[in-house]
Design a protein. Sequence first.
Length: 322
Amino acid sequence: MPELSGPDSLSAIAAACLANPGLTAKAEIALVGEVLGGTDWMGGPGDDGAVVTAHGGPVIACGEALFPPFVAADPHGAGFAAVLTNVNDVAAMGGVPLGVVDTVVASEPVARKALAGMREAAELYDVPIIGGHLTIHDGDPAISAFAVGASAAPLSVTRAAPGQSLVVAAALDGRMRADFPFFPAFESRGRRSAGDVRLLGVLAESGVVVAAKDISMAGLVGSLAMLLEPGRLGVTLDVDAVPAPPGVPLTRWFNCFPSFGFLLCVPAGREPECLAAFAERDLAAAVVGTLDDTGTLALSRPDEHVEVLSLHDFRVTGLPRA
């Protein structure tokens, strides 16, 4: 098929995704495996959180460190993001967030703004901040946050398999930030946001979704590569089927962090249930491809086809496989 030119051509989208700093930085995660060796939570690693058994049931644990320049430039936004990223990670594991613990090292004014952002997000997503650590410090600020969650049926990328449908679900309310690749749909959805993230646990428990990953700073394609990597799976992504907000170029949409955006692996035949569940909440969702065993991630339109990467020679995180 011929390759078209233009800012939203598949070749332009693919090039932008491969150059995304959020994706290229994921290769640094290989250091964890090199030092700590392999692990075996849910047959991982490779998921958005770890699953351990406590008091007879699965408990999800996850954590995020915020980019220091972001903390310095927008401490309130960084505080909000510290909670949001953890809530999304718990949701991507099919869980319900139970609480957030934070660590803040910053000057008093910066710490105050960061904590206010955390409080705002905690109220919006109905998850309590249950503890943490604060050090007042006049040097460079640092924020990290950690979450615990519960799930009756944890999701794991190790359950992704050829023949499953790939569904992209996203909140398309609002508009893209001009200064940062972030789409804050929660500004428009408000209190609905708490129910939005809890929907994934319902779909996991019913078996409608078996694996998931939230779309993070690596962007849609980069996050998809992380989902495919543990099993060296492949998929041809139907670009025109991907839910996208009007007026946002795909080169930006495919490389941003949406406040609600998930990649879902759905068993064949259960796609209508999945799409209907998101439609009931006025969230966009669509089947955008079928997982296969090629190890190749490609983009496609009726008149274009571009291979983005092959997991046989492209290292996304480099984490050891179980």
